[in-house]
Design a protein around this ligand. Sequence first.
Ligand code: PMV
Length: 316
Amino acid sequence: MRKSQGISYAKIILIGEHAVVYQQPAIALPIRSLTVTATLIPRTDDRQQIASIFYQGSLADAAQTPFAGIATLIRRLLTFFEAPAQGFDLAISSMLPPERGMGSSAATAVAIIRAVYQAFDAPLPHDSLLNWANVSERIIHGNPSGLDAATASATAPQWFVRGQAPTPIDFPTTGSLVIADTGVPGQTKTAVASVAAKLTQDPAHYQPLIEAIGQATSQAALALAQDDLPLLGRQLTISQNALRQLGVSSPALNQLVAAALNAGALGAKLTGSGQGGCMIALTKAPAQAVHLRRALEAAGATTTWQYDLVESEDPS
Ligand code: PMV
């Protein structure tokens, strides 16, 4: 093992969350300005130490903590490389707020997988990376679609259908998204389970909402292809209405969505699993995003970020 470093990104789901669990398409984008970095340094003794804002301590003691999913991933990676007792210091530094729908757990997993593979000088095919990320995502989320890991490991926006290879999708070069944090943690596992329970109890009522989100996502892809920001904005708001009826919005999210639309946004919706976390709003141009951020902060957003769609151009 040698010293190594892995990097990954925050992700924003533009459209399609929850429905993507049930085979509908989704569109998500990496936010390359918000990174997770995992730095792995081998030790000469056999201590396995982790330092992060989520967890501080030994790998063995992480079993009963919220870090257990990531700890299992690390243990299985070490076993795979036939080094289960290798001593190390793993430092994880993250610019992502945890439990806010920005894919913090998947981004952490991706950064660690990259660091471990590099530490053992092993090539890492993209499908292996996604399979490894699923190890911790299954423990943390229960039934992950794989969208978070696919986006946290990508450099460009992705069109994603569960079980298929993700494909890059072009974004217009005008327009901006404002991301706003309600300050309330969301719980992906609970939100995903609540939608599953609703679909089992009353499929006639809830299944059409899943399909409506899928249709809005297809229309959003058309809007992206035609640089039609007003059409894209309408699809965001349509999907928000379906997500609210699925029970995954919240009063704080509804308030920020209403504030964004009142301030002239082309469309607005929650992003990620909801029931807390972040929302996004679309504007025509970066100048309007500044005004929108102020409106969202006045309506109670604890943090806002601006993402100009031109940033989506793949650097590689
Ligand atoms: O809350 P996040 O960032 O983990 O996003 C979850 C997205 C869902 O569609 C709700 C679940 C999934 O596995 O795709």
